[in-house]
Ligand binder design. Structure first.
Ligand code: C2E
Ligand code: CA
Ligand code: CA
Length: 582
């Protein structure tokens, strides 16, 4: 009955002598169902009136078009993928989808597609039947639900959030009310997802969703708009204080531990808040400003909330300027002109009080921006990939200083170098370490590399292989910031490490917080049972020192002994120390 006369047009040429041909043509023309036929390029070559009515397009407007113009963003890529898969394997697909009307509105329909093949088995045509009279309300409801909800958490998705926020903003404008939008990002979700797997990550997100719902009224909107990004809209607040109270409640609720099987997890939120009418009156601006505030919350140390202020845009500008200056400073490193220096902080043997080693800590002093805290610029260097060349420079510079220290007559001091995740991803690290040691005539035992717990857990295979090679060269390895990640003991046991550095956060409150004391005690015992040495960071008081000594901590580092010092001061410190402790 159908014959493609040219690529893009199809004439329905019923065989007049055959009753069935006429009947089929009638069926096509008069069907209540919309019917579309496409050619081998999947371009439309025929459409009936019912489809024209349904879609709002004239038949002529449809001919030659890709049926994709009819689709809507509500159908997920997965739906289309499974459709094409079914058509390839069984020549047939049926399902519920959303189409877009010519006027832009969206309508649900049941779609059936059949493939017609030529004698060689090549797909010639696709015939699609559309039925908008979905009698099955459940199917329609399900479609509506899927289009507007995140299947993992059952919360409204980004699409639903945007349209509801838009409505809420209109209502606030009419009724002269204030509204708060909170953007909530989990501080260490990526870490949990990377180290414990997506299943645990998914469970965590589901629990976060439940807790968020519990923190707000039923009339407030909670939605998930991205991986670990949630939003809460409070459509009726008396004053910003209400938003601050709710944010506080969300913080303390989410910060409580999560228990999944053997894992006890913690997931604190960083929250950015924008307010209507002060910070914007459309969803886009409101969200952008909440996002800026959220980044502010992150850089203010996470687990807190920040209100958007116009000043924050200046901060974003500062961040960009800092990135540019950092790029510039790294590309122009030279012996005579360098904005970077290293400071050194002593590590003390608990039992004897002897200085065993130093930790090299990077400093950046920019002529325009002044001295910048490493917490700040190292985060930027990591985000931008600049940490790679900068970290390489730290290795060389540390080795150069060790050489100079030896020339000053100081021996037996091992210097620890911080290594970031990106440096550990390439074998070049091995060549670099080998090269720097050889260049300054040092032994592998002269240095130690510190790798944070979360870094060690990323890309286990490459990491393990590189660490094994470093270790077999004779380089000592330490796990930094221990206790802040979620390393599995089973995995740690396989790493060729010699030291664990107990994170400063546990040491700070060791005397006042029984929890921290218990963690320190357990970590030290556990480390020892694995044959590892324990280093405590951030020891500031004698009481902390005594407490750690009692627990058997092997090495201490902190302001109690010395702040990180420039090289010359370090040499003087070591000489004086070695004279006093011969
Ligand atoms: P980190 O490796 O945990 O280094 C210890 C930090 O604690 C240092 O901060 C040190 O100055 C500080 N600290 C030491 N003792 C005390 C104490 O008793 N009390 C207090 N309040 N703080 C103490 P700094 O130098 O600001 O470095 C911050 C972070 O920057 C480092 O943390 C490390 O993660 C990173 N970093 C520093 N240098 C490098 C580097 O060369 N490469 C890489 N990848 N990261 C580096
Ligand atoms: Ca360190
Ligand atoms: Ca540390």
């Amino acid at each position: 009955m159908t014959k493609a006369t040219s690529r893009n047009t199809l004439t329905i040429e019923p065989d007049k002598s055959s009753l069935s041909g006429v009947a089929l043509l009638r069926a096509f023309e008069q069907s209540f169902e919309g019917i579309l036929v496409t050619d081998e390029q999947n371009l439309i070559i025929a459409a009936n009136d019912a489809f024209s009515r349904m879609s709002g397009y004239l038949v002529e407007e449809l001919i030659g078009k890709d049926p994709r113009i009819l689709g809507s963003s509500r159908a997920t890529p997965e739906t289309y993928a499974s459709m094409w898969q079914a058509l390839a394997s069984s020549d047939y697909w049926a399902g519920d989808i959303w189409n877009t009307h010519k006027d832009g509105s969206i309508y649900p329909c049941q779609l059936r597609i059949a493939v017609l093949r030529d004698t060689d088995g090549r797909a010639k045509n696709h015939v699609a039947n559309f039925n908008t009279a979905i009698t099955n309300h459940e199917a329609a409801d399900r479609l509506a639900y899927l289009a507007y909800h995140d299947p993992l958490t059952n919360l409204p998705n980004r699409l639903a959030f945007e349209s509801q926020l838009e409505q809420a903003l209109h209502a606030c404008e009419r009724e002269n009310r204030q509204l708060a939008l909170m953007l909530i990002d989990l501080d260490n979700f990526k870490n949990i997802n990377d180290t414990l797997g997506h299943q645990v990550g998914d469970q965590l997100l589901q629990n976060v969703a439940l807790r968020l719902r519990e923190c707000v009224r039923s009339s407030d909107l909670v939605a998930r708009i991205g991986g670990d990004e949630f939003v809460v809209v409070l459509p009726e607040i008396e004053s910003p204080l209400t938003a601050a109270r709710v944010a506080g409640k969300i913080q303390s609720n989410l910060a409580d531990s999560y228990q999944f099987g053997d894992h006890t997890l913690y997931a604190t939120p960083s929250i950015g808040i924008s307010l209507f009418p002060f910070d914007g009156n459309d969803p886009g601006t409101m969200l952008r400003n909440a996002d800026t505030a959220m980044y502010h919350a992150k850089s203010a140390g996470r687990n807190n909330h920040q209100f958007y202020t116009a000043r924050m845009n200046e901060a974003a500008g500062e961040r960009l300027q800092m990135e540019n200056e950092l790029r510039q400073a790294i590309s122009s490193i030279s012996p005579s002109n360098c904005e970077f220096t290293l400071n050194f902080q002593p590590q003390i043997e608990t039992k004897t009080g002897r200085v065993l080693g130093l930790e090299a800590l990077l400093r950046w002093n920019n002529p325009k921006l002044g001295p910048i805290s490493p917490a700040r610029f190292i985060a930027i260097a990591e985000e931008t990939g600049l940490i790679q060349p900068l970290g390489d420079w730290v290795i060389w510079e540390t080795c150069r200083h060790i050489r100079n220290m030896k020339l000053e007559g100081i021996t037996g001091i091992r210097v620890a170098i911080n290594i970031s995740a990106q440096q550990l991803r390439h074998d070049t690290l091995l060549q670099l370490v080998r090269g720097a040691l050889a260049c300054y005539d040092l032994l592998p035992d002269d240095i130690e590399l510190e790798i944070t717990e979360s870094t060690a857990m990323q890309h286990p295979e490459t990491t393990l292989s590189i660490l094994d090679q470093l270790s077999s060269m004779g380089v000592m390895l330490a796990i930094d910031d221990f206790g802040t990640g979620y390393s599995s003991l089973a995995y740690l046991k396989h790493l060729p490490i010699q030291r664990l550095k107990l994170d400063r956060s546990f040491v700070t409150d060791i005397e006042s917080d029984p929890n921290d004391a218990a963690i320190c005690k357990a970590t030290i015992a556990l480390g020892h049972s694995l044959g590892l040495e324990l280093v405590a960071e951030g020891v500031e008081t004698e009481a902390q020192r005594d407490f750690l000594a009692k627990l058997g901590c092997d090495i201490l580092q902190g302001y109690l002994y010395s702040k990180p010092m420039p090289f010359d001061e370090t040499v003087a410190f070591l000489k004086a120390y070695q004279a006093a402790h011969p």
